[in-house]
Design a protein around this ligand. Structure first.
Ligand code: ADP
Ligand code: MG
Length: 695
């Protein structure tokens, strides 16, 4: 099964290389698990007057009535007229026709099969497969004709459907004994699944629709099952094997700070802190995802947890995806811990050399307790004396490699908490991030009012401006956000600058002051502008999505999103989350042109009707598919061969439940019926390395 495809008849090194490059197919096993993405029913014949009006593969029964040659630029083409009782169509050969011509019999009944080519309202069929009806029955064993995923390059290089098909036929015929079973008998029985052997044979060349469906179901279940097995096993192993720093106590830093908190924690915050405290006290390394909708108060949880690390004589760090956010975290931590005897530093891309050196030094000799920063923290030069806890805020903004690097900072890995406001629908979170522990803050601090969200078009702009004025007059602040899809797009910048100019005219100094922040500014200037807004010196903040994540200015009560139709739902929700952080009524106004697509309208309606990140994520998932869930694009986890996270969700749930049940019953897979699992796992390549901090 692990034999490389070079050794398959008709493949050879060149084709093997192409298959590897284009489709990632390397071995016999890979090819057997390369499933058709659709099938053509070869038991079905079309009447010529009834053929589909698009370029699709069909089969017709009829007679060749004449053959002609037509001169063309280079050489000739052969055209045969093919008729049935209902009409006529042309069969065309551009090459190799001499040989075919000799075989063709006029006025005998043929079955032809091929792809239609519509041109100027007329259909023809180039290079059809053609067979005398009398031979058809005995030669055509395939009643459902598999169509495999392919690429332009493969087709150009002669690796046609037919060639791929032949390769698969060869493999299947070669296999004299049944393909070995990969699922335990207990599961096959319980879910009435067909055997692996039958599934493999039927998925490529199904006898009929019924067996095809059963083959698909069996293989989907298997795919989910092994994904879950790997995730859950990984989690179990991590818990058994990976030692972690043991945070034995909660001490004065935590307790003193807790007493000074100006508000009570929500029950959800308390529960999460308790869970995490426990987790960090077990002597095993923690790897946890903290989910909480925008504004649910994750930052204070992070700070309290860092204080626990300090109470146990460890250092802690908090990493944010943008400089603005890191700066803001730093400022708020510094403000909040004034009364404690703690040292904090900020390390970002724009920290100057001298600052950096001092920070490096302080981290190494342990004088610095807490480091807050951006990607800069991941650099190898940044070494800690004893880093006990790493918290990554807005984890979906980070790449895979960066997150893994924090692992290597010390001999023993720090506890890792990744926080995200990106709502992954509950049902998916555990399946996708199955190897992490999960905590959810499912409650907002009390007194928050629902953000009123309105959809307005450009014709309402004057009213919108009047509304902004009203809010500013009662002491509130306003964000106006422009899309910046591409950093380099001049057009996008023009929108932003035009908007800024127009606002400056309507809200002139000295009564009004406007801040502006965008990606092309120096980070020093960004921080300066942000500061002015935070301190209330400016009333309006014009910005691109650099302020999308994390920014916290509770006095801001209006979020205007320009060209809102250009944003995805999760981004709109994140942006809206910048307001509604205080106790007053907040507003989000989605500005769009008057003509927007149906899908965009659905997004606006969803935003206007819901404030619940999870609900919005469900809609997003339906609109865009799971591949676009933030933070999961790179994971590889969502690239299934045959299963579909949305459509086959019940199977995923079943597979997860069975995985848990089996591992609980038989953690080291000793039972005879489970040997096939052990064997299959050993042969799997685990390519979903997003959470793979360990390896
Ligand atoms: P997010 O989860 O989006 O990161 P933040 O941590 O920025 O949210 O918190 C949003 C706001 O809520 C902050 O102003 C914070 O001080 C405040 N906050 C957090 N927890 C509570 C609480 N339990 N009661 C009242 N306000 C809170
Ligand atoms: Mg936050």
């Amino acid at each position: 099964m692990q034999t490389t495809l070079v050794y398959l008849k008709g493949v050879g090194p060149e084709r093997a290389r192409l298959l590897k490059e284009e489709l990632n197919l390397r071995t016999f096993e890979d090819l057997l698990h390369f499933f058709p993405n659709r099938y053509i029913d070869r038991t079905r014949f079309y009447s010529i007057n009834d053929i589909p009006r698009n370029n699709t593969e069909i089969q017709i029964k009829g007679k060749i009535t004449s053959v002609n040659y037509i001169d063309q630029k280079r050489g000739k083409r052969m055209v045969a007229s093919f008729e049935d009782e209902t009409g006529q169509i042309e069969l065309v050969w551009f090459r190799g026709y001499r040989w075919i011509r000799d075989q063709l019999k006029i006025n005998e009944s043929y079955i032809i099969f091929g792809r239609l080519n519509w041109f100027r309202g007329k259909a023809s069929m180039p290079h059809p497969e053609i067979e005398l009806e009398s031979n058809f029955q005995k030669n055509t064993k395939i009643s459902f004709y598999p169509i495999y995923p392919s690429t332009e390059k493969l087709i150009n290089k002669g690796l046609s459907q037919k060639v791929v098909q032949k390769m698969v036929v060869q493999l299947i015929e070669k296999q004299k004994t049944p393909f070995s079973e990969t699922l335990p008998t207990s599961l096959l029985n319980q879910y009435k699944l067909i055997s692996k052997d039958e599934a493999i044979r039927q998925i490529h060349f199904p006898k009929n629709q019924h067996v095809l469906t059963r083959a698909q179901m069996r293989l989907k279940f298997e795919e989910f099952f092994y994904m879950q097995m790997q995730l859950v096993l990984k989690k179990v192993q991590r818990k058994q094997k990976i030692k972690g720093h043991e945070f034995k106590k909660v001490g004065s830093n935590f307790n003193n700070f807790f007493k000074l908190l100006p508000y009570n924690l929500t029950n959800a915050q308390k529960r999460v802190i308790k869970d995490i405290r426990f987790d960090m006290g077990t002597g095993r390394q923690m790897n946890r995802l903290l989910q909480g909708d925008v504004g649910s108060g994750k930052t204070i949880v992070a700070l309290l947890l860092m204080l626990i690390a300090l109470d146990n004589d460890y250092q802690a760090c908090l990493i944010a995806p943008t400089e603005i956010l890191a700066q803001q975290h730093y400022q708020s931590v510094v403000d909040q811990i004034k009364k404690l005897n703690i040292t904090v530093a900020l390390l970002t891309g724009s920290s100057v050399k001298k600052e950096r050196q001092e920070i490096h030094h302080g981290l190494q000799n342990g004088e610095l307790n807490i480091l807050i920063g951006t990607h800069a923290v991941f650099e190898d030069k940044v070494q800690f004396k004893n880093l006990g806890l790493s918290i990554i805020d807005e984890q979906h903004r980070f790449g895979v490699a960066q997150r893994a690097r924090i692992w290597k900072k010390n001999e023993l890995p720090p506890h890792i908490l990744v926080m995200t406001a990106t709502p992954i629908p509950r049902t998916f979170a555990m399946s996708i991030y199955g190897d992490l522990d999960l905590s959810v803050i499912n409650e907002l601090p009390p007194g928050r009012k629902k953000i009123k969200t309105l959809h307005r078009t450009d014709s309402n702009r004057l009213k919108v401006f009047a509304f902004i004025k009203e809010q500013i007059n009662i002491g509130k602040q306003v964000y106006v956000v422009y899309p910046l899809i591409q950093e380099s797009s001049n057009l996008d910048y023009k929108d932003l600058m035009d908007g800024y100019a127009s606002l400056s005219r309507s809200f002139p100094v000295p009564n009004y002051h406007i801040s502006i922040v965008h990606g092309q500014m120096k980070s020093k200037d960004k921080v300066f502008e942000m500061e002015r807004f935070i301190k209330g010196k400016t009333q309006i903040m014009v910005a691109t999505t650099v302020i999308e994540v994390g920014v916290n200015v509770p006095n801001a009560s209006v979020m205007i999103i320009e060209s809102a139709e250009r944003f995805g739902l999760s981004q709109l929700h994140q942006l809206r989350g910048r307001v509604g952080r205080g106790a007053d009524q907040s507003y989000c106004i989605l500005m769009t042109g008057s003509k927007i697509s149906h899908e965009a309208l659905t997004r606006m309606k969803t935003m206007s009707s819901s404030n619940d990140g999870f609900e919005i994520a469900e809609v997003d998932l339906k609109l865009r598919g799971p591949g676009n869930l933030m933070g999961t694009q790179q994971s590889g986890l969502l690239k299934f061969k045959i299963a579909d996270l949305i459509k086959d969700h019940p199977l995923l749930k079943a597979a997860r439940e069975e995985t848990m049940r089996i591992l609980e019953l038989d953690p080291s897979l000793k039972i005879a019926d489970h040997q096939c699992i052990k064997k299959t796992l050993a042969g799997l390549k685990f390519d979903s390395n997003i959470w793979n901090f360990i390896s």
